[in-house]
Design a protein around this ligand. Structure first.
Ligand code: MN
Length: 288
């Protein structure tokens, strides 16, 4: 049985560019080894944006050594990167971008969403790469909602969208470098849920909204991250309210984590190299 190890609450909000009002749920700079292979989780919104002709978001910036996974719940995001990847994603869609050896990219509200305005909400997860893959070629997986299979949970408890990994024989479409599960759970109030996850995996539940309760009576509420013990394989909890939850489980990468903003490597030397390579233009340019 996986037990609750601790609850992590957001330690503040900030804007990413002028498009993303973000609550930092966790980051490798405050908690690293415990959440490996996951490096960072930002919750953008929920927020209302008026219609605009402006491009709101964040312009060209680099990444090296990991992957960024963007899960849109409301609104739309457009992306372009120097490896030729890009596209617009909307509610239910996921962008799984492998920065690996390095790229620059931009992230803006999609033109359609900007024109219409309305509710905006998304999650961005950073997934670490093992040392052997940090300098692999960049990649881009644009995954539409229609490509993400849904598993109906027993007794009408809701549904699990399997983005990566597998549940009850249903496999998610995202290709990953190390074994992991990334599921988007939509739960009805008043049900008991139980999932079997690999023994030894880092396991965490981010309650985007709603509330959950563990068997020992501890509650985890909207905006909170429940980090579970790695031992045991059964994860059980109850939904106290209708809830939207990101379930993460992943095989820990037992290697040093040395990060500097958008670069996450294994040593200071590799960080110095990343800065040098970026400054000398080796990450390329958008639209090349
Ligand atoms: Mn970025």
């Amino acid at each position: 049985m996986k037990k609750l190890a601790f609850i992590k609450r957001s330690n503040g909000s900030h804007w990413v560019g002028d498009g993303f009002p973000v609550k930092s749920i966790f980051s490798y700079s405050d908690i690293a080894a415990e959440l490996s292979p996951f490096l960072l989780l930002d919750h953008a919104g929920p927020a209302e944006f008026p219609p605009t002709g402006k491009r709101l978001g964040v312009g060209s910036h680099p990444h090296r050594g990991f992957e960024t996974v963007t899960i849109v719940h409301a609104g739309g995001v457009s992306h372009r990167d120097s490896s030729g990847g890009g596209g617009s994603i909307g509610p239910g869609d996921v962008q799984w971008m492998t920065a690996a050896s390095g790229l620059v990219h931009e992230e803006f509200h999609s033109p359609d969403f900007a024109r219409q305005g309305g509710a905006f909400e998304m999650l961005q997860l950073w997934v670490n790469l093992p040392a052997r893959d940090k300098m692999a070629a960049p990649g881009y997986q644009g995954i539409t909602a229609a490509q993400i299979p849904e598993v109906a949970l027993p007794e009408g408890a809701g549904r699990a969208r399997i983005i990566a990994g597998q549940h009850a024989g249903t496999r998610g479409p995202a290709r990953t470098f190390t074994p992991m599960n990334v599921w988007d759970l939509h739960l009805k109030a008043g049900h008991r849920l139980a999932f079997d996850l690999p023994e030894g995996h880092t396991t965490a539940l981010f309650v985007m909204r709603g509330a959950l309760r563990f068997d020992d009576g501890q509650a985890v509420r909207g905006g909170e991250l429940a980090v579970m013990t790695r031992d045991g394989s059964r994860l059980a909890f109850s939904s106290s309210e209708d809830s939207v939850v990101l379930l993460l489980s992943g095989e820990p990468i037992d290697e040093p984590i040395v990060g500097y903003g958008p670069f996450v490597m294994n040593s200071e030397e590799e960080i110095r190299q990343a800065i040098k390579d970026f400054n000398s233009g080796r990450f390329g340019r958008i639209g090349q």
